[in-house]
Design a protein around this ligand. Structure first.
Ligand SMILES: [Zn+2]
Length: 399
């Protein structure tokens, strides 16, 4: 250290400080010991830096949560103060818009949801998203200049580079629309767009059923079917951004024509709309997916059979992914996942049957725990990961 001039010392301190802030931003909250492990800094350096950041108000202590060990006094957790910034999350489902604002510990401060036909009208969906964003900002009582950025999820194949929807066939109402640019202009924020299943995957491995998983598949079964891949601890988007489009994987060449133009895609055979279609003649022509889920919950044998058969078909496709990627975890989310083992048991059996035994033995298949909030939480997570919390403070607030 003696050979370093004061300028180098300053830059070393600054680098350590940024590392610590970055670790806190990525984790949401962490003990001093966890921060030392995450950053590779010594315990004493972490303690000194943390005290300085606490004095500046950028970092605060919070009550330990359920992650702590059973024995002894749980360690105090550090988290970024609300003044470090907030993020906005917007999730466009097929039939809803969900908007939330959260601090950097991932605590949601306010959220709003509206029902509408998102797929058919991008203009109206964007109007409503902007209106709900205004409402959550007002409810959280913050100025928009304290919002670091927005994450946005959309149920379609996204070209991450251009911020557009890849295929007009899958989301006809969004063809030619540039949702990221449009929202950035109207909200005055940096906007990061991604596929909704990718965001569900991000949320479940950060906050949900797969915390810390390095290789995981998130399967989202709602009206359609989507998937997000976490490989080596990071979201895998592929060369153009459409990796994980599992819903349009071929299952039956002579199956029904899909909205993508092919036949017998997985979502035509095992998505929520396929489950409803199976039950229409026995349970009524205007059956909804929510009604199917309620019937299954009440023990209706037809509804349970339709969901179980979907699970078996999904398991066949998941087995192929299990062979290809050898994940440790498959997390099943989306509306249909509420059926729990009615869906998951046949899915597990199919994976055991069709995947190679060693890969099947490595994988655990579990239900997501974030429910209908998974995608909006993923949108918030995306915004946090893309924002640079260390930057504003570096201009002088902290030593
Ligand atoms: Zn298709």
């Amino acid at each position: 250290m003696a050979s370093l001039g004061s300028g180098s010392l300053e830059s070393l301190r600054e680098r350590n400080r940024r590392q610590l802030l970055d670790a806190l931003r990525r984790r949401g909250s962490a003990s001093r010991a966890e921060l030392a492990r995450l950053t590779g800094l010594s315990r004493s350096t972490v303690s000194t830096l943390a005290s300085e950041l606490q004095a500046s108000g950028l970092v605060v202590e919070r009550e330990p949560d359920e992650r702590v060990s059973q024995q002894g006094r749980p360690p105090t957790l550090l988290t970024l103060d609300r003044s470090a910034g907030l993020v906005l999350g917007i999730d466009f489902g097929h039939e809803h818009v969900h908007v939330a604002i959260a601090d950097l510990s991932r605590t949601i401060i306010a959220e709003r949801t509206a029902s509408l036909d998102v797929d058919r009208s991008a203009a109206r969906a964007l109007d409503i998203a902007v209106q709900l964003a205004g409402e959550v900002l007002a409810a959280a009582d913050v100025e928009s200049d304290r919002v670091l950025g927005a994450g946005v999820g959309l149920s379609g194949p996204i070209d991450v580079a251009s911020g557009t929807v890849h295929s007009g066939k899958i989301l006809p109402g969004w063809a030619g629309v540039r949702p990221a640019d449009e929202l950035a202009a109207r909200l005055g924020l940096h906007v990061h767009l991604d596929n909704d299943a990718n965001l569900g995957a991000l949320a479940e491995v950060t906050l949900g059923a797969g915390i810390g998983a390095r290789d995981a598949i998130y399967l989202m079964v709602s009206g359609g079917v989507g998937a997000g891949l976490i490989l080596g601890g990071e979201l895998y988007r592929g060369s153009g951004g459409t990796a994980g489009e599992l819903g349009h994987m071929l299952v039956d060449e002579s199956g029904p024509i899909c909205r993508c133009g092919n036949r017998g895609c997985l979502e035509m055979m095992a998505g929520g709309r396929a489950i409803i279609a199976l039950l229409r003649s026995s349970h009524g022509a205007d059956l909804t997916l929510d009604e199917v889920m309620a019937l299954a919950d009440e023990g209706d044998s037809g509804a349970r059979r339709a969901i179980a058969d979907a699970g078996r078909v999904l398991g066949g496709s998941i087995a192929a992914l299990v062979n290809a990627f050898n994940p440790e975890l498959v997390i099943v989310g989306g509306v249909v996942s509420a059926a729990d083992d009615v869906l998951l048991d046949p899915l597990r059996e199919a994976v055991d049957r069709y995947a190679i035994p060693s890969a099947a033995a490595d994988v655990r298949i579990t239900r997501g725990v974030l429910g209908e909030r998974a995608e909006v939480l993923g949108a918030l997570e995306l915004a946090v990961r893309q924002s640079d919390v260390a930057a504003p403070a570096a201009s002088g607030t902290v030593g």
